[in-house]
Design a protein around this ligand. Sequence first.
Ligand code: C5P
Length: 214
Amino acid sequence: GTGGRLAGKHILVTAGPTHEPIDPVRYIANRSSGKQGYAIAGALAALGARVTLVSGPVALATPPGVSRIDVETAQDMANAVARALPADAAVMVAAVGDWRTDAAGQKIKKEGGAPPSLQLSENPDILAMLAASPRRPALVVGFAAETERVVEHATAKRARKGADWIVANDVSGDVMGGEANAIHLVTADGVEHWERLPKDEVARRLAQRIADAL
Ligand code: C5P
């Protein structure tokens, strides 16, 4: 953008789910739609930031002014994030799969007798790695989707992952794939409770807060 409160800033955003292959035709995924992350990328670009959006597989249009890198797995996302540095801020909205499995080279056949068991291994925590990295952006923002004790879990997550802010949302209702979000912003100064807002409005307010912080 030209001018704008975030002109000259590079901001990295991750969004969407990851797909972890089981074999050439099957994968492990989650219900993230990418809507909140895409809205945040668009709101940051609207304030003039240069935005790199590292996106898992979603059915969404790239917001105007945003440069998008498509990935599938958590490992791909971690690599794309590392390549996109340096950045002034990072907003990690992606619902990264916690586990992957070693993908079979050929389609696993049902005719083999017993159902296959999947041996899972843990994926890299992209947010925690970025927060601990020597190339850490000045502002690192994480998300926390919780179904209970939302603020308590988010506060613990902020410390554990080394994020500056955690945007916590209660996903016990219809948030995933839905249009609105009631969030709690956990920072070093405490917790702000925001009213239930459309995801676009959550994005605009968060972008303004990021501009204040940078
Ligand atoms: O631990 P949990 O998955 O709830 O943490 C959510 C936050 O951490 C989100 O900001 C998400 O994008 C980030 N995350 C990540 N890499 C992972 C897992 C989560 O960046 N492997």
